[in-house]
Design a protein around this ligand. Structure first.
Ligand code: NAD
Ligand code: LMR
Length: 328
């Protein structure tokens, strides 16, 4: 018997990430090739944005995706999030050349307070939320805090792009296939302070750390390259990453919904105190997923260098959280 459609809300649907994301959701790459979807697309109530959204919808129609059971255009989160099972909160103001993430905090806080409230009011009681719009961790924290009637654990932030970037750098360094890398973790904030940690990683059972065996490369090449990759793409393209961000969003939601078969992936999730991170901080952790739920990988040893990196990214996140306290 064919499955009933699920509702997927996407905000910022006419933006660059939206354009790289919607067609893949509609073709079944996110929730499976047997899962029909209804897209509930949100854009700002502005003529240009709404017109652009109409154009995107025309193109979605023209793809004749068998799994696309409906597409709706919205300008109000209260209608866009109605009964939605999945919400990908992409819409936000992207960082331009020379702008720091902190500059975006205030502008975006308002958006995510309103959207959290709307999810709280009208979404499915088990809606799974992924925040992509930057600063992603803090925006996810704001949305979660604005939706007290929904499960905290269902609010997540996107660290998967950092995870994928780290895997790709390691594969290039070692001359191995990226798909063979297991047990990689990225801790903390989606920002240059994130800590991509390959101490536990393996390739075909062999330790990545032992194979690379180069602390200087780790501290002075690998971590800055992964951390500043977003800025490097902005400098090169004049626009922030879009296709790779959309790909990471697909990876995140697919793994959450369909499982990882024991493979570690990274998700930004609200802490319950694991690894000494205060409750509710939206922190990148290694997780596995099964049956539509994620589970933190617990009990990993944290050495002095790693602790220092984790403390740094935590301090940044707590600073961001303090900056929006008055809005919550
Ligand atoms: N977490 C990550 O790894 C990651 C990676 C890349 C980009 N990003 C972030 O994703 C966001 C989107 O990037 P983009 O390149 O698609 O930007 P974009 O400017 O091309 O598109 C953003 C879209 O969001 C819309 N929008 C703005 N406010 C909205 C609101 N309140 N409700 C609905 N729609 C709204 C805009 O009209 C625009 O069409 C940015 O914040 C960017 O920094 C995050
Ligand atoms: O770095 C940015 O501002 C864009 C995005 O978060 C990225 O990591 O590519």
């Amino acid at each position: 018997m064919s499955k009933s459609p699920v509702r997927v809300a996407v905000t910022g649907a006419a933006g660059q990430i939206g354009y790289a994301l919607l067609f893949r959701i509609a073709s079944g790459e996110m929730l499976g090739k047997d899962q029909p979807v209804i897209l509930q697309l949100l854009e700002i109530p502005d003529e240009k944005a709404q017109n652009a959204l109409k154009g995107v919808i025309m193109e979605l129609e023209d793809c004749a995706f068998p799994l696309l059971a409906g597409v709706e255009a919205h300008s109000d989160p209260m209608t866009a999030f109605k009964d939605t099972d999945y919400a990908l909160l992409v819409g936000a103001r992207p960082r331009g050349p020379g702008m720091e993430r902190a500059d975006l905090l205030a502008a975006n806080a308002q958006i995510f307070t309103a959207q959290g409230k709307a999810l709280n009011a009208v979404a499915s009681r088990n809606v799974r939320v992924l925040v992509v719009g930057n600063p992603a961790n803090t925006n996810a924290y704001i949305a979660m805090k604005s939706a007290p009637d929904l499960p905290r654990k269902n609010f997540t932030a996107m660290l998967r792009l950092d995870h994928n970037r780290a895997a790709s750098q390691i594969a290039a360094k070692m001359g191995v296939a990226v798909g063979d890398i297991e047990k990689l973790a990225v801790w903390g904030n989606h920002s240059p302070t994130m800590y991509a940690d390959y101490r536990f990683a393996t390739v075909n059972g062999q330790s990545v750390k032992d194979s690379i065996n180069d602390h200087d490369w780790n501290a002075n090449t690998f971590l800055p390259t992964v951390g500043k990759r977003g800025a490097a793409i902005i400098a090169a393209r004049g626009l922030s990453s879009a296709a790779s961000a959309a790909n990471a969003a697909i990876d995140h939601m697919r793994d959450w919904a369909l499982g990882t078969n024991g493979k570690w992936v990274t998700m930004g999730v609200p802490s319950n105190g694991e690894y000494g991170i205060p409750k509710d901080v939206m922190f990148g952790y290694p997780v596995t997923c099964e049956g539509g739920e994620y589970k933190l990988v617990e009990g990993l040893p944290i050495d002095a260098f790693s602790q220092e990196c984790i403390n740094k990214t935590l301090a940044e996140l707590q600073g961001e959280q303090d900056g929006v306290k008055h809005l919550l």
